[in-house]
Ligand binder design. Structure first.
Ligand SMILES: NC(=O)c1ccc[n+]([C@@H]2O[C@H](COP(=O)([O-])OP(=O)(O)OC[C@H]3O[C@@H](n4cnc5c(N)ncnc54)[C@H](O)[C@@H]3O)[C@@H](O)[C@H]2O)c1
Ligand SMILES: [Fe+2]
Length: 394
């Protein structure tokens, strides 16, 4: 537990089964009338923009222009195109509709619109910029990254093979609108993998060196909601109550981890994404249980404390204290197996097409990842390789 800590979440959250209808009034409160919509082809193809545009009928908000071509991982080229459109169409705000890729693209475009001299790719992490950004409202359509509430934007330059996190207090959206109609169209495989990302944020927030009582509260609630709803939304995507629970959980996990940071699972996942281009949520799902096992000697007390969130008070009471940490990890494995049965969520790196000759490179990169720094148990390249090999052919 961090003895001294700061906790910060500057984002207003508007959540519920009719939250979307609040969109015009939220723009009005931000004194914005001409938003630029940032989204991607999957989201617009699912018809979600029709719902959003219909909320502006009878309001004085006009969508100035829509950019619906954001590719995965928020590349710089899209960000720069959006900045041009923003100026050409005299926009005064952003509306990001999508998963982490669309939201992060909008966040980065907002920084560049605010300070056109900034070279986004120049920064390794903390971006020095203190001008006030343009109003930004985010509507997440995946229940995963929590980007709607974080101060980070993960962007990429595929031409140079670079992916980096920009961090700045001006980056978080002003408002996040959480509406289950926005995630109801997410197919089962993406629902499962992005949900496992949210679970990993919450679990790593509870065991890392920066954990604190406030982040624990958000993360613990997120874990409880994910344990009860992730399998259900994969099986029955139209269950709006369960979708709302997952969406709230992902947002809470985002608030938790952006304050208490993530650790070894993310370090391994980032490195695997960089070397083998595996989607982030799938990497999280692959590494979570085995990484917890590697960390067990330093985090067993914290994992034992999380068991009631996972299985409820009754089963926890019937589980000897010494067995609770491993029961928690086994619960995650059970969920992963269930998701594998339901939507073929991969169980090994090998299934994802990763070849054995890449494993050492993943380990080498993982130990230099920023998230490794916040892992309670220090690990070296050999430790990382041990976990990666286990996950390769589990
Ligand atoms: N800023 C942060 O704090 C943060 C944290 C973690 C990850 N990230 C970044 O977020 C990105 C990943 O985001 P993601 O996992 O949300 O995936 P994503 O935004 O890349 O979307 C994945 C796919 O799902 C589709 N999709 C999304 N919502 C849909 C819906 N409702 N219906 C149908 N299809 C839909 C999209 O079209 C896309 O093809 C990565 O670049 C990652 O690095 C950012
Ligand atoms: Fe993540």
């Amino acid at each position: 537990m961090a003895d001294n800590f700061r906790f910060h979440c500057p984002v207003k959250i508007v959540s519920g089964t009719t939250a979307l209808e609040k969109l015009p009034s939220e723009f009005k409160q931000l004194n914005a009338k001409r938003p630029l919509i940032v989204t991607d082809p999957g989201v617009s193809g699912a018809g979600l923009l029709d719902l959003i545009n219909s909320t502006f009928t009878d309001s004085d908000i006009t969508v100035a222009v829509t950019y619906d071509r954001v590719p995965a991982d928020s590349p710089l080229s899209s960000i720069l195109e959006i900045v041009e459109l923003y100026h050409q169409h005299a926009c005064d705000s952003f509306l990001a509709v999508g998963g982490g890729s669309a939201i992060d693209t909008a966040k980065a475009a907002n920084i560049k619109v605010t300070d056109r001299d900034i070279d986004l790719m120049h920064f390794k992490s903390v971006l020095r910029m203190n001008k006030t950004t343009q109003p930004l409202i985010a509507i997440p359509t995946t229940a995963g990254t929590g980007s709607e509430v974080t101060s980070a934007a993960v962007i990429s330059n595929p031409d140079k093979g670079i992916k980096l996190s920009l961090i700045n207090p001006q980056i978080p959206p002003n408002t996040a609108i959480i509406d289950p109609r926005m995630t109801a169209t997410l197919p089962p495989g993406l629902t499962a993998s992005t949900g496992m990302d949210a679970l990993t944020h919450a679990v790593e927030a509870c065991i890392g060196t920066q954990k604190n009582p406030i982040s624990d509260a958000y993360a613990g609630s997120a874990i409880r909601l994910i344990a009860r709803n992730l399998v259900e939304v994969v099986q029955n995507g139209g269950n709006l109550e369960a979708r709302l629970s997952m969406a709230n959980a992902a947002t809470m996990a985002g608030i938790a981890f952006s304050n208490s940071m993530v650790g070894m699972v993310h370090a391994l996942g980032h490195a695997t994404g960089a070397v083998c281009h595996i989607p982030h949520g799938i990497a999280m799902s692959l590494y979570l249980a085995d990484t917890l096992e590697f960390n067990l000697d330093t985090v067993s007390g914290f994992l034992g404390d999380l068991l009631p969130e996972w299985v409820g008070i009754e089963e926890t009471a019937g589980t000897p204290v010494a067995d609770r940490p491993t029961r928690f990890i086994e619960g995650i494995r059970q969920m992963r197996r269930k998701l594998n049965q339901l939507c073929q969520l991969p169980l090994t790196l090998r299934e994802m097409g990763v070849t054995e000759d890449k494993l050492e490179e993943i380990a080498r990169i993982a130990i230099t990842d920023g998230a490794a720094y916040y892992n309670r148990k220090k690990f070296n390249e050999a430790d990382a390789l041990t976990v990666i090999r286990r996950v390769y052919a589990a």
